[in-house]
Design a binder for this molecule. Structure first.
Ligand code: NAD
Length: 498
């Protein structure tokens, strides 16, 4: 498949003609073939995109929430009606199987759009008022911030774009969005969906490029907030640049999340959970539970069941409904994950239980040029191993054993990251006691990975600042104004005549 070029989109249209700047390409990771050329936004295009968003802001901010809501609901309905077409583009761009993109990526984005549209139309932007004393009262109002920058990671492109733009626009802000340079295809399509739904020109704009374009956004005086999803190391730079300009920030960063399998667990359930926590999206999920803590006495049975189920991981043609495992997103990321697998075998000397170097079994010849790795399980791991400590962001599970639940909790928390965590067990009281002690912003009991629109999600420690989704997710795009009204009839002053 070959798609039309992509160029900076602002004030309701993609720029056309003019001098051609540097370009980059979107590549189908399953075959390594080029599918689209993208023009890097120049500094002046970034400037114009921000200016168009700044100009659109006053009118959009003063549009009644119920009217903004109607437009966003229409956009959600267009997204749902075009689900399969958009999902196919996500599959080509990311390498995720269509069985996944058609059931998760676009749908969970549209869900969030509906959630915030309904929320602002039903009082979600109301402030509070209270009597201070008989002659005075205070009211507060929630005000939009202005033009906000959304900077996306490559793993959930359209979902990330929607998780940022939905609350941003619902709250009355305008946005300049930069998709990851690795998976940029969805951005213009989303801009067109918003436009078809009736979003005024300039409210949602798109710029393209790598970190250098991202940093034009984070430093620009016309940007009031930066909402960023990406690696911790990049997040530090982005948050630093934004904080220096007193911009609001939301940081959704990486993780190295623990799964704690409790001694009374239904092992079948725990194995299913651990597999979802490691191999869904070929392990390219920020909340992956890559450190799997298993009681010593259950290790042999856990591994036996896991090996049985590993045969259900099916690599293959991404549009085949039975394929549930794709390639890694890019050559650079493939090289990184392969380095970690090699390190696990050669330096960490963890025991390879399944997978390892090479391509998945039974991969069709036509896909052998893609960025495929085998789903991999290391066991007999220890906390000091590099594969256990660092985010790999690929399909690599580490099994660790423990002898007491307190020990498992202590070791699970022994990381500077704190994105997600979860427990599997039958004793629900114990599950809650463990969850209470785990240092992570997103936690699950007897399941893994579901992140509905109603649930606020965000990392603790180095995994981020702030949340997305849920009621608290709307607050992240608003600022507060408090007004004290005095009805006493005279202004209290110390400057009266003696
Ligand atoms: P990345 O940090 O390399 O890039 C993310 C985005 O930042 C890209 O758009 C990139 O162009 C831009 N960027 C790079 N340098 C910049 C700079 N100096 N200023 C402004 N922008 C800059 O991350 P990635 O490799 O695209 O994504 C994978 C990472 O994202 C993983 O660590 C994963 O855990 C994390 N992630 C987190 C969440 C979450 O919700 N917490 C969700 C998805 C992915």
């Amino acid at each position: 498949m070959s798609l039309p070029d992509r160029r900076t989109f602002y004030n309701g249209k993609a720029v056309s003609g003019g001098p051609s700047g540097p370009t980059f390409q979107s590549i189908d990771p399953s075959t390594s073939k080029v599918v689209c050329t993208i023009y890097t936004s120049s500094e002046s295009e970034v400037d114009q995109a921000i200016r168009s968003a700044n100009l659109a802001f006053p009118s959009w901010a003063s549009t009644p929430p119920v009217e903004r809501s109607r437009i966003l609901l229409k956009a959600a309905s267009i997204l749902r009606s075009r689900n399969d077409e958009l999902a196919k583009i996500e599959t080509i761009d990311t390498g995720k199987p269509f069985s996944e993109t058609s059931t998760v990526d676009v749908i969970t984005g549209a869900d969030v759009l509906e959630y915030f549209a309904h929320l602002v139309a039903s009082g979600g932007l109301n402030g509070e008022s209270f009597h201070l004393r008989d002659s005075a009262w205070v009211y507060t109002s929630k005000e939009p911030l202005g033009t906000c920058a959304g900077i996306g990671a490559w793993n959930y492109p359209i979902q990330i774009a929607l998780w940022k733009s939905a609350p941003c626009l619902a709250a009355g802000n305008t946005m300049v969005y930069k998709p990851s340079e690795v998976t940029p295809l969805h951005a213009q399509l989303l801009a067109e969906v918003y436009q078809e739904a009736g979003l005024p020109d300039g409210v949602f704009n798109v710029v393209y490029g790598d970190g250098s374009v991202g940093s034009l956004l984070t430093r620009h005086p016309g940007i009031a907030k930066v909402s960023f999803t990406g690696q911790v190391s990049t997040g530090r730079k982005v948050a630093g640049a934004a904080a220096g300009e007193m911009k609001y920030v939301t940081m959704e960063l990486g993780g190295k999340s623990p799964v704690i399998v409790l001694p009374d667990v239904d092992l079948e359930q725990a194995v299913d959970g651990a597999m979802m926590a490691n191999f869904f999206s070929t392990g390219q999920v920020c909340t992956n539970g890559t450190r799997v803590f298993v009681p010593e006495q259950l290790k042999a049975e856990f591994e036996r069941l896991l090996l049985l189920k590993m045969q259900y991981v099916r690599a293959g043609d991404l549009l085949d409904a039975n394929t549930n495992f794709g390639p890694l997103v890019s050559k650079a990321h493939y090289d990184k994950v392969v380095r970690y697998i090699k390190h696990g075998v050669e330096v960490d000397k963890a025991r390879l239980l399944y997978g390892g170097l090479g391509q998945p079994d039974h991969l069709p010849q036509s896909l052998r040029t893609g960025y495929w790795v085998r789903p991999t399980v290391f066991t007999d791991c220890t906390d000091e191993m590099k594969i256990v400590k660092e985010e790999i962001f690929g399909p690599v599970m580490s099994i660790l054993t423990y002898s007491s639940v307190d020990e498992a909790v202590r070791r699970a928390n022994n990381t500077e990251l704190g994105l997600a965590a979860g427990v599997f067990g039958r004793d629900i009281d114990l599950c809650h006691r463990v969850i209470k002690q785990l240092q992570a912003g997103i936690t699950w009991v007897n399941t893994w990975g579901e992140s509905p629109a109603e649930m606020a999600v965000g990392g603790w420690k180095q995994s981020g600042v702030g949340v997305e989704n849920g009621r608290r997710g709307l607050e992240a795009w608003l600022r507060n104004k408090s007004t004290l009204v005095d009805m006493g009839g005279s202004v209290p002053t110390v400057f009266s005549k003696l």
